[in-house]
Design a protein around this ligand. Sequence first.
Ligand SMILES: Nc1ncnc2c1ncn2[C@@H]1O[C@H](COP(=O)(O)OP(=O)(O)OP(=O)(O)O)[C@@H](O)[C@H]1O
Length: 235
Amino acid sequence: MATISINNLQKSFGEKRAVDIENYTINEGEILGLVGNNGAGKTTFFRLILDLLKADNGTAHINEINTCESEEWKNITGAFIDDSFLIDYLTPEEYFYFIGKMYGLKKEEVDERLQPFERFMNGEVVGQKKYIRNYSAGNKQKIGIISALIHQPQLLILDEPFNFLDPSSQSIIKHVLRDYNQQTGATILISSHNLNHTTDICPRIALLENGKIIRDINNTDNSAVKELEDYFNVD
Ligand SMILES: Nc1ncnc2c1ncn2[C@@H]1O[C@H](COP(=O)(O)OP(=O)(O)OP(=O)(O)O)[C@@H](O)[C@H]1O
């Protein structure tokens, strides 16, 4: 189980305050959707939690562990932020086995865990004898999402998971995330510009503006669409 606690987390790039979040807790088992205009700070927020960036101030804790002071959180966390997580000169199989090895999984176990993703991979990801660098953007996105899930993490962080995916793959991954959350009680954080997908799968939605969470929206009854459409001025 995983809880995230944010305390006075701040990060600036020059004059630009990219993230400025006072106190925020994401409880175990929640699916939180992060929305906000371009440059609102979504990716920077994820990068700070994952210790990919050093904060100017404040802390991000996963289960009481300050992520920049200990490695303990890494065993229970799966994340895909962008292509830099992938290893271009490996085939997807080699990459999945490599990730599996890090978490003590045998090849056969990795193969078994890939099976539920068969429809998502649509015959285009494994068995291609092709290096990751030669895959399309959508298939790279699939490889990244699957690799974040393969060790069945208690905390899953995905930056814009629907990007580059065709409509049926978007629909499949929504089901995968919802089912995974329900079956394991994992905590899931996603960011997205797709308001419909976000409201479909996220009972809680954080609206980011200039690095601040300006609204913490309860979407358990799926009522956030209107509020978000008004904020983003969607007709
Ligand atoms: N490495 C960096 N160097 C300088 N500025 C940066 C860097 N990373 C992010 N920023 C700035 O920080 C702010 C927040 O960016 P971030 O990428 O976190 O936003 P975002 O909400 O993920 O945006 P998008 O929806 O466009 O992906 C932006 O003004 C961005 O230009």
